[in-house]
Design a protein around this ligand. Structure first.
Ligand code: KIV
Ligand code: NA
Length: 278
């Protein structure tokens, strides 16, 4: 079982071997995703929505990311781990950004970090890659900017916006990223970007021509109490239903006195039992 590295990911693009990435936020999810053959585990700040109950990724802190990242790292042997830099932790001076990256790498035990944005963050991306930390870019719909973008809209429908995204991808490549996530980008633009840069593109809602795909763990297996279908997601299991039905049956059996039964109990030596009653 050989570890995934940035060099291997680049070779996968050359060989046209699709890269499979999925989010993971805790020990069992990371273990299961690795056992299922995923290449990259993303400790995404989507954990804010998915497991912390926030309505965006904006409240997620460096401490939150460190906590979840180190738990995932404990589970993993082969997968490459990328951990999201949270909201506004990489936009100031490159020194300030490097300090936050150092915490994610040293305390969070990540193998790399991911940042949202293009040319405007390229200088900091370059400082971080020069310091020896692999950076994954993230373009298109960037959820940390949701209030500026004005919602979860498909990106790259207009030519000007599409051309800017291609320029941003090139700026990130030049700054040294090892891969770029393309989120909610039109399929044709994602294809063009994938042809324009030498590093792998990893799409979510961005069509069939990216070098890899990423989805949120809980979307893949439909694991959320209020799951809402999304056009770009395919669900491969319905864990929500299994969990709800499983727990409902447990509750029912407790209420009806059916659990535990004889098979679940630890008996005492029969000779000692009378002494329990004096
Ligand atoms: O946080 C996340 O899950 C992400 C993916 C949607 C790419 O950034
Ligand atoms: Na994210």
């Amino acid at each position: 079982m050989s570890k995934i590295t940035t060099a291997k990911l680049k070779k996968m693009k050359l060989d046209k071997t699709p890269i499979a990435m999925i989010t993971a936020y805790d020990y069992p999810s990371a273990k299961l995703a690795e056992q299922a053959g995923a290449d990259i585990l993303l400790v995404g700040d989507s954990l804010g929505n998915v497991v912390l109950g926030y309505d965006s990724t904006i409240p997620v802190t460096v401490e939150d990311m460190i906590y979840h990242s180190r738990v995932v790292a404990r589970a993993v042997e082969r997968c490459f781990i990328v951990t999201d830099m949270p909201f506004l932790t990489y936009h100031g001076s490159s020194d300030a950004a490097l300090q936050q990256v150092a915490r994610i790498m040293q305390e969070g035990h990540a193998h790399s970090v991911k940042m949202e944005g293009g040319a405007e963050i390229a200088a900091n991306v370059q400082a971080i890659t020069r310091a020896g930390v692999p950076v994954m870019g993230h373009l298109g719909l960037t959820p940390q900017s949701v209030h500026q973008i004005g919602g979860f809209k498909v990106q790259g429908r207009e030519l000007q916006q599409a051309q800017k995204l291609i320029e941003d991808a090139k700026a990130l490549e030049e700054a040294g990223v090892y891969a770029i996530v393309l989120e909610l980008v039109t399929e044709e633009l994602a294809k063009r970007v994938s042809e324009s840069v030498s590093v792998p593109t990893i799409g979510i809602g961005s069509g069939r021509y990216c070098d890899g795909q990423v989805l949120v763990y809980h979307d893949v297996i439909q694991y959320a109490p209020d799951y809402r279908p999304k056009k770009f997601v395919k669900t491969y299991a319905n864990v929500e239903k299994m969990i709800r039905e499983g727990i409902a049956e447990y509750v029912r059996e407790v209420k009806e006195g059916k659990f535990p039964d004889e098979s679940h109990v630890f008996p005492m030596n029969a000779e000692l039992i009378p002494h329990l009653y004096g």
